[in-house]
Each structure stands twice: as C-alpha cells, then as structure tokens.
Design a protein around this ligand. Structure first.
Ligand code: SF4
Length: 443
C-alpha cells in the first residue's frame, strides 16, 4: 500500500466555539487517514472554517476563501458564514461546497468527494480525545450550541439556531478524556453557559457512579471531580449563577466569571434585549464577592449603542467605578448586517462613539491597574503557557488564555519550568494588563 496519504489544508477562523468545530473536523480527517498540512501548496484540498459574527469577520472569511482559491483552487467552506451561502457563492463561485456551523458530516462528505480517503491502519493512531488546536495543557469544552435569546445586536441565533445542550454525561466523558490526555485547564464555552440544559429540561444522566443533571451547577460539580482548573465563560447574570459561587469559594471551580454585561443602563439593556436581571447587578456582584473574595470578574461592553445618551453613557462609567470589574473588553457599536439593532432610531455618530470608547477604556484601565497593583507582594498559583528566552509566560487563576493578562516569571527558565506546569509565583510588579514575578516554589 502506498503511504502517500491525501493531504488537507485547514484554516480555522472565529471564536472558541468555531475552534471546537475545527478540532472535531480535524479529528475526523485524521481518523480517516488524511494528512493535515500547513501550506496551500502542500494541500490537495483546503477546508476554511469561517466566522460571520460581525462585518469585519465576514470580510476576513471571504478574503481567506479567496486566498485559498487563488493559492490552491480546491476549497470547502464551512462554519457560521456558511449560513449565508449566497453571499459566498456570489463572491467565490468556485468553492466546492458550503455548509453551516457544526455540520461535520457535510464537510466530511465534501472532502470524500474531492479526495477519497486511503486507509492505512498504521497511521490511524490517535489520542482518544481527538486533535486539539490549543496547547497541550488547556482545552475548550463546548457544552451547547445555539442560543434562545434574541439580542438585537447579534445574529448568532440566526446562524447557529436555538440552544441545543450536549448531554452532561457526554460532556463529562469528553472532559475526562482531555484530562487523561494531559489537559490541566478546561474552558467551558457556549453561547450562554448559564442556560445549559434548559432545552432538555435539565435531564439527569449517569456519569461514573452518580446522577448529574444537565445543568450548569451539576456540570461544574462533575468537572470539579477531575482535579483540574475549570473556568466558566459566557455566563449571564441569572439568579441561579449564585449557585456556583460557593463552588468557587470551596476551590472546586476557578473563582472566575466571564459575564458579558454589555451595558448598565436599564433602558439600553432593554433595547439590546439582553437576558438576565439588570436591576440588582451591583448588589449581586457584592454578594458574590462576600462569598468568594478571590472572584475575578471579566466582562464586555458595547458603547455608542443606538440611542445611547450622554447621561446613559455616564451611568455606564459610574457602573464601572462601582462594580470594580477585573477585566473588561469594550467595542464601539458597529452595525452587523441582519441585526435588528440597525433599525433603532438615533444612531450615535461615529466620532462620539470613538470618544466614548476612549473614555470608557481609560476609566477601566485605571481600575484594572489599581486591582493588579494590589496583587504586588502576593503569591499566586499560575499555570505556565510557554518559555520565552529567560521568561516563563504564565497565567494566574484570574487570567483566561487569549483574552486576559499574563504573569511574566522573570526566572522561569532558570527554575526549569515547562508549559503546563503549575507554579507559585511571588508578584513583584504590575501594569494595567500584566503581572511580573519570580518563582516562589514549584506547585
Ligand atoms: S445571548 Fe445574545 S449576544 Fe449572546 S449569542 Fe445569544 S443572542 Fe447573541
């Protein structure tokens, strides 16, 4: 048998949910004996997993498809933008196939058509958790797909459909495999983690020797059995979020919530049609911190939403002052094709949006810098991501990969640290994003 395997190139764009789709497709390709290659030249066919979240992501996806067509010629398109097949065909009539997000079967059928697989049993050896695009020591764990909300600035539900939760036993088994494979940090992702299980009426499932509901709290309890870091992303401020805070205080779950508030003005939140209670947010944050003082809160905001008045923007700045969030991302509102918010009256002029964004970021930068400075002198448990020259680049419990800050360990190489290792770090300095420290001792 020839060892020359059919070769597939893969380009993965978009958010962690799309990344998980890419990992599933790559795993299946590898299972079926395809070689995965790094360049257009080496590939017999190229798969592009697209993003369609905002207009700039659409443009990037279309450009990438165009580049793959120009460089290789045989291109299969999948992912969020696949829901807008007309747009893709109009720009790039030569693509071989188009499918939507998590439609793994259509992608594999298109690959089979373009490039029939050759079976080689000696090459079919794979780790049982599949292939990952993240470093060895952390992994995204996708617990559901789609969303039941209809936020007016968002087109995800029209691309990914309503919420479909994965059964909790399936998620826990996947997490188990990842941990067996060396993963030390699980990042729970979805469109709305706090709504997990609502579509299946929180159906209980058997995992190991116990029954677990398909529900955020039960999932967290199961994951805490695995003895690794578990971090929750995309949580909305529903009342039942209060239930997981004690797990954080007990060290079963990382004391970290990624909770996209988007705004603080009740009127703007109503115009945005945001889920979750808006009236008592500050009180709830206060209670969470009482139960778990170590809690890190990350959030995202949109400034310059249509109709936002100067007073409403000032209210948002006041909220920042009071909430004292640890990590914040912000965007100036930009219309997304197909989003309902585009029809709202009184759009904020571009110049005003940018000026508000700058004021917002400056206010939060001061808060973040002060909060990080308060950590100087403390000892933080960190996970090492990489070694860079003399430094070890690590993250504390308060830092999610890609979106938050880093802990730069000055004597990381000298201490013999390796990626994936836990270490206690004495914090010696800070700026508005990162911390700087030295090894206290290896954890
Ligand atoms: S909660 Fe809102 S912003 Fe998030 S995916 Fe659902 S509709 Fe979009």
């Amino acid at each position: 048998m020839s060892l020359q395997q059919p070769k597939v190139g893969f380009v993965s764009l978009g958010c962690p949910k799309a990344l998980v789709d890419s990992e599933r497709i790559l795993t299946q390709l590898k299972v079926e004996g395809y070689d995965l290659v790094q360049t257009y030249d080496d590939a017999d066919v190229v798969v592009v997993n697209t993003c369609g979240f905002i207009d700039s992501a659409v443009a990037e996806s279309l450009d990438t498809i165009g580049e793959a067509l120009a460089e290789n010629g045989k291109v299969i398109v999948t992912g969020c933008l696949g829901k807008r097949a007309d747009l893709i065909r109009q720009a790039h009539p030569g693509v071989l196939s188009i499918s939507g997000p998590q439609d793994y079967q259509s992608v594999m059928e298109a690959v089979h058509t373009a490039l029939p697989p050759k079976h080689d049993p000696f090459l079919d050896l794979l780790p049982d958790y599949g292939l990952k695009l993240t470093p060895h020591h952390f992994a995204y764990l996708k617990i559901s797909e789609g969303c039941n909300h209809r936020c007016t600035f968002c087109i995800i539900p029209s691309m990914r459909g309503d919420l479909v939760s994965r059964p909790v036993d399936e998620v826990l088994r996947e997490a188990e495999k990842l941990v067996r494979g060396g993963v030390k940090e699980l990042l729970v992702v979805s469109q709305d983690t706090s709504a997990y299980g609502v579509d299946v009426k929180y159906a209980p499932k058997l995992w190991r020797t116990g029954m677990y509901e398909t529900r955020m709290k039960a999932l967290c309890e199961g994951l805490s059995e695995l003895g690794v870091w578990t971090r929750l992303h995309y949580v909305y401020p529903y009342p039942h979020v209060d239930d997981v805070i004690p797990l954080m205080a007990d060290g079963k779950l990382l004391p970290y919530l990624d909770i996209p508030f988007q705004h603080a003005s009740p009127r703007i939140l109503k115009l945005m049609k945001r889920p979750g209670a808006v009236d008592k947010t500050l009180e709830r944050i206060h209670n969470w911190r009482n139960i778990c003082p170590e809690l890190t809160l990350r959030s995202t905001f949109i400034v310059g939403f249509p109709g936002e008045t100067e007073q409403e923007f000032e209210d948002l700045l006041d909220f920042l002052d009071e909430a004292q969030l640890d990590r914040v991302g912000a965007f100036a509102y930009s219309p997304v094709t197909g989003a309902k918010a585009n029809d709202l009256p009184n759009p904020v002029p571009e110049g005003v949006k940018q000026e508000r964004l700058a004021r917002f970021m400056q206010r939060q930068a001061d808060i973040s810098a002060t909060k990080l400075e308060a950590k100087v002198g403390s000892v933080q448990t960190c996970i090492v991501d990489a070694i860079d020259g003399e430094l070890a680049i690590a993250r504390s419990k308060a830092d999610a990969p890609e979106i938050d800050g880093l802990v730069q360990i000055q004597d990381g190489r000298e201490a013999g640290l390796r990626p994936g290792e836990f270490v206690q770090v004495r914090i010696m300095g800070s700026d508005e994003h990162d911390l700087y420290g030295e090894v206290e001792y290896n954890a």
